[in-house]
Unconditional design. Structure first.
Length: 509
């Protein structure tokens, strides 16, 4: 069935070698790295021990003392070199993402392009970490705001964006003057090892200004993430993953007053209004709901279609669901690769059963065991017509399920869209200016991302990325997200000979 000559295992091992992953990374009987392409084990990896995790944190804390004193533009040069390594190895790393996360090749490559883009952004940023000069009410005084490096940044990442999310954080943290320790998903350790190897090449080329311990990597389970969350030497934890994970992480960080960037689950919606361009909407919906096999935090999961266009749109969507090409993600003809594992397929089947039990009509959704056998989790994406928003439609199931309902009034659709716990991404398809502006207004979508005439999935690195409510409230990547990686100091300088107090207070001694 596989169109490529190499077996999944040999293909993976060859890429790891070309990407410079050292032999010491492997250990018989260690953490099993699997490929969702066939569900098989492709390598066994040495896990980071408690002592090694301690050494990584202590080393990063030490590195901070030196790195914070390296000028920002010089720190940017390290990120420029990282971008160069990524450019030079885009093809291999993109293919490894495909093998380890199961994304189709164009998405694997796209993920690496996103890393390159954020490096470029961060290099420019390294010369623009500016503060403000603020009008002071006192004569002969100057007041200003400056931004200083914050401290060690712990980055915990999810399986579905195994490399890009690290780069969104690391590229910014590095130019902001912070060492970075990465705890990747235990489901995608190979891509993390490869990225770390490329980053260490950049560090070597950068030279002596990069202190030892600047970049750490912890390979293993959630206990290593907990280690970062609990250690007071880690000033900021940026954690990407499920809302369940965030619920455990957030109170621990709050208890020690640490900085948190939480990028958690989504339950994203789109509204199709009577004036929508249905051809455009159809393509956008198909990609947003089925792309990456429904395993993006921004995947479209709920669709509200106006009564007047429901019968023109939904049958065409059903046809797209029935005919979409599912298979080995390395095959250029494939549009939908596998789910990450069979547990994800079981979760999908349970959600579909629940939907059926409350009156949902399910189209597709079956497991496709003939593609790669029992161990791999290929599924046909499911379109579920629901009588109303209820049951599994109200939560995130990390699989390609799109729930569809009808609506009559825009206000009702916006209300339903906002009536779930997550608040990540949202879209409206309309050619009516008033409808578009209402959706984007303070009384419209309550999500961190709100789009018009494009789907909710995916984002450019130039904007701040993240969402509200149970999505965690964090923002990363572009805009002014960098401020989370720095501490702000307000400085007031008196260059006169008197001591006027603020607010007219007098105090003569
Ligand atoms: P997950 O929550 O199972 O794991 C994510 C990471 O957290 C892993 O590295 C894991 O080891 C670690 N972890 C788990 N529990 C922890 C704890 N108590 N303390 C410290 N670390 C812990 O998520 P997943 O299955 O890998 O990814 C899918 C989920 O991630 C989905 O819910 C998806 O929406 C979400 N996600 C969100 C974004 C975003 O930017 N909002 C991006 C990608 C994925």
């Amino acid at each position: 069935m596989a169109p490529t000559v190499l077996s999944v295992r040999d293909d993976t091992l060859a890429l790891l070698e070309r990407l410079g992953v050292p032999a010491q990374a492997f250990a018989e009987g260690g953490l099993a790295a699997r490929s969702p392409v066939d569900g098989g084990v492709v390598a066994e990896l040495r896990q980071t021990s408690r002592d090694e995790a301690e050494a990584a944190i202590a080393g990063a804390a030490q590195a901070f003392l030196a790195w914070r004193r390296v000028p920002g533009p010089r720190r940017g040069e390290l990120v420029r070199l990282l971008g160069e390594e990524l450019r030079a190895h885009k093809d291999e790393l993109g293919r490894l993402v495909t093998l380890e996360a199961g994304k189709i090749l164009s998405e694997g490559l796209g993920e690496v392009q996103e890393m390159i883009d954020i490096c470029d952004f961060a290099v420019g940023l390294s010369r623009q970490l500016h503060g403000l000069t603020i009008a002071t009410e006192r004569p002969d005084h100057r007041m200003m705001e400056v931004w200083h490096p914050l401290g060690v940044c712990g980055v915990i990442t999810a399986f579905n964006f195994p490399v890009a999310v690290w780069s969104w954080n690391a590229a910014l943290a590095l130019v902001c003057g912070d060492p970075v320790i990465w705890k990747p998903s235990e489901k995608t350790p190979l891509t993390a090892l490869a990225v770390h190897a490329l980053a260490m090449k950049a560090v070597k080329r950068f030279g002596a200004d990069a202190p030892e311990g600047l970049l750490g990597l912890l390979i293993g389970g959630r206990d290593l993430g907990e280690r970062l969350v609990e250690d007071e030497r880690v000033a900021l934890v940026s954690a990407t993953g499920s809302t369940a994970m965030g619920r455990q992480v957030a109170p621990k960080l709050a208890a020690r007053f640490a900085r948190a960037i939480l990028e958690l689950g989504g339950n994203n919606a789109a509204i199709v209004t009577p004036s929508a361009d249905l051809d455009l909407a159809l393509r956008a919906i198909a990609f947003a709901a089925m792309g990456t096999a429904g395993q993006r935090c921004t995947t479209l999961r709920r669709l509200f279609v106006h009564d007047s266009v429901y019968d023109a749109l939904v049958p065409r969507l059903k046809a797209a669901y029935a005919s979409v090409r599912i298979g080995d993600p390395r095959d250029p003809a494939t549009l939908i690769g596998p789910l990450i594992d069979t547990a994800a397929a079981d979760g999908m089947a349970r959600a579909l059963d629940e939907a059926r039990a409350i009156g949902g009509t399910v189209h597709g959704g079956e497991r496709l065991r003939d593609i790669r056998g029992e161990a791999a989790a290929y599924v046909r994406p499911a379109l579920v017509e629901m009588p109303e928003q209820a049951g599994p439609m109200r939560r995130e199931t990390f699989a390609p399920i799109l729930y569809v309902t009808r609506y009559a009034e825009l206000e009702e659709a916006i209300h339903a869209q906002n009536a779930v716990a997550a608040g990540l991404s949202s879209s409206i398809f309309t050619r009516d200016l008033a409808e578009a502006e209402t959706f984007l207004s303070a009384a419209g979508s309550d999500c961190g991302i709100a789009n018009v005439n494009i789907g909710p999935s995916g984002a450019e690195i130039g904007g701040a990325f993240g969402g509200e409510k149970e999505t965690g409230g964090g923002r990363e990547a572009g805009s002014d997200s960098w401020k989370a990686y720095m501490r702000r100091a307000t400085n007031t300088i008196n260059y006169g000979k008197t001591l006027p107090l603020a607010q007219g207070v007098t105090f003569e001694v």
